[in-house]
Design a protein. Structure first.
Length: 319
């Protein structure tokens, strides 16, 4: 009388079970199911690994440039997004929600923020690759007219606001940021009202186009667009950035095929001091020879105003 007797076959089965469990555990580690090996590491120019920090604001612009290059040259969009996740440039789910921001001290001593709006979105002007990270200021760099003449002739390419951004606007940014900004290609109606085509410019600082905010629109959605020609031109000026996609931004609520421009898109509301402000887009409003699109104080992205009016200048840039 004593303990329970265990047969040899049961002992063998027990050993096989233990071996199987050990094998499954090893596979989990190799495949990343144990939480380690799916992460991406990024090397700096000196060969050392860049350490992940808690937030975008904790990185220097030099470090963000290293991450941007790694994202740009990643083998796939999934690999690129994994780098962004591992280095806390987006949420753990790979989304952008407007909180991925970095402080910028301007030449006048004022501190503003820039938020990440997309990854691998804009082609570099030198044709080498897509830029890894695109930022947008969270508040206006200045208040300015799009064109003092009050016309849209020449579009974005010949606008006063573009000329200001390329010189005085760029100089307002700190040198450590300016040194990392990449020139990228932007497509826009650069003729004015009545145009049916978009052409390219090379820019370091630029204003968003309407479609980069709302995404593509269908025929008849825009005012006076029964034949779809306005939507066709509108959609040629780029594609929607991830931030606005993730936040659900569009033209507004659809009612009888028209959009209510009073819809609030909170991520688009920019403050000038203590008050929300209107801010320019680079898209020509084709219903008038004098108007550019602008974002309204409510966050509606499809307002329009005479080019000579002075509104917020909220530039985007890539590193």
């Amino acid at each position: 009388m004593g303990g329970v007797c265990v047969s040899d076959s049961k002992r063998a089965n027990g050993r096989l079970l233990l071996l199987a469990l050990a094998f499954v555990s090893a596979v989990m580690v190799c495949c990343g199911l144990a939480g380690c090996s799916t992460s991406k590491t990024v090397e700096q120019s000196d060969g050392t690994q860049l350490t992940a920090k808690d937030s975008v604001n904790d990185y220097s612009w030099d470090e963000l440039k290293v991450l941007s290059n790694a994202i740009a040259t990643a083998p796939s969009n999934d690999d690129a997004l994994q780098i962004a996740e591992d280095y806390h440039l987006c949420t753990e789910a790979g989304n952008l929600d407007g909180t991925q921001t970095k402080d910028i001290t301007l030449s006048n001593g004022k501190t503003v923020q820039a938020q990440i709006i997309g990854f691998r979105h804009d082609p570099k002007s030198d044709g080498s690759s897509l830029s890894g990270i695109t930022f947008l200021l969270c508040s206006p760099l200045t208040t300015l007219s799009a064109n003092a003449s009050g016309t849209t002739a020449g579009g974005w390419a010949q606008s006063d606001v573009r000329a200001w951004l390329s010189k005085k606007g760029l100089k307002k940014l700190p040198e450590d940021l300016r040194n990392q900004i990449a020139s990228v290609v932007k497509k826009t109606n650069n003729v004015g009202a009545g145009s049916t085509s978009a052409s390219k410019t090379k820019d370091k600082l630029w204003l968003l186009s309407a479609v980069e905010i709302t995404g593509k629109v269908e025929k008849g959605v825009l005012d006076d667009d029964e034949n779809g020609s306005l939507a066709k031109l509108y959609n040629k000026e780029g594609s929607r950035y991830q931030l606005f996609q993730d936040c659900g931004v569009d033209c507004g609520r659809e009612t009888n095929k028209k959009y209510d421009i009073g819809t609030l898109n909170q991520v688009l509301v920019k403050q000038d001091g203590d008050s929300p402000c209107m801010w320019w887009e680079r898209s020509v409003y084709d219903g008038s020879s004098s108007d550019f699109y602008c974002v309204m104080t409510s966050g509606s992205p499809v307002g329009n105003a005479t080019a000579s009016y002075e509104y917020g200048v909220v530039p985007a840039f890539c590193i």
